[in-house]
Design a binder for this molecule. Structure first.
Ligand SMILES: C[S@@+](CC[C@H](N)C(=O)[O-])C[C@H]1O[C@@H](n2cnc3c(N)ncnc32)[C@H](O)[C@@H]1O
Length: 224
């Protein structure tokens, strides 16, 4: 399986590898790509999300659950972290990796049509998922995150920040595909704001992440 295919799957969401093979391949690639900084970066994302013990967290496009597990730790002992992903293979692998971790569960699902009821989570997070979506689906995904986040609840979205140099972007494109070479990371804040979230804060984490945190207003202010 080519690396770009590994990271960006096919439109059926069920890739052609085995469940374990896909999950392991993704884990290996990401570990290498973060060069030893993955744990620090994702632990920091969990802290930036503002999740507190007892919170209910949703991780949209959870993959193998790397961030979901850190969210589960952040909301322990009484909180819950649910990861959703369209790929049966990575959901199975995420369940395997979270064996024995209380309050951490995984289900199949898609960002553009979340199965959860309105306002059912205190915190919604999503890492490295938005660039997987076709441009026309991104607003719908953010609208769904807004819908399932309770008023006063928090959002954290992080995505891949391509290298600023042209050669760096070419190398990324060769290794991981054009979606990451040309990821329009600058549009992330507009997507979050247009969905209705407020109090946006933007930051970067080395080596590759941009994150946006925001709040769903406590008083109802649905987007126009
Ligand atoms: C690069 S991985 C990131 C996984 C994980 N969040 C992380 O940070 O390691 C992107 C994930 O987005 C998922 N994905 C793709 N399309 C999606 C959609 N429409 N809704 C939700 N997740 C999607 C993929 O299956 C994949 O697991």
């Amino acid at each position: 399986m080519a690396l770009g295919r590994l990271l960006h799957g096919d439109p059926q969401y069920d890739t052609d590898g085995t469940a374990i093979g896909h999950g392991r391949g993704y884990e290996l690639f990401t570990t290498i790509a973060f060069g030893g900084r993955r744990d620090r970066a994702f632990t920091r994302l969990a802290a930036l999300s503002g999740a507190r013990p007892g919170d209910r967290v949703l991780d949209v496009g959870c993959g193998t659950g790397y961030l979901t597990r850190r969210m589960a730790a952040a909301v322990a002992p009484n909180g819950t972290a649910l990861g959703i992903d369209p790929s049966t293979q990575v959901v199975d692998h995420a369940r395997h990796l979270a064996t024995g971790l209380a309050g951490c569960t995984f289900e199949r699902g898609i960002a553009e049509g979340l199965a959860a009821p309105d306002a059912s989570f205190d915190v919604v997070v999503s890492s490295l998922m938005i660039h997987h979506l076709p441009a026309e689906a991104r607003s719908q995904a953010l609208a769904e995150m807004y819908r399932v986040c309770r008023p006063g609840g928090r959002l954290l979205v992080a995505d891949f920040r391509p290298p600023s140099s042209r050669i760096g972007r070419h190398l990324v494109g060769a290794a991981a595909g054009p979606a990451m070479e040309h990821n329009p990371i600058g549009q992330l804040t507009a997507l979050v704001r247009d969905a209705g979230f407020t109090d946006l804060a933007v930051g970067d984490l080395r080596p590759w992440l941009r994150h946006v945190t925001a709040v769903r207003p406590a008083a109802r202010q649905d987007p126009a």
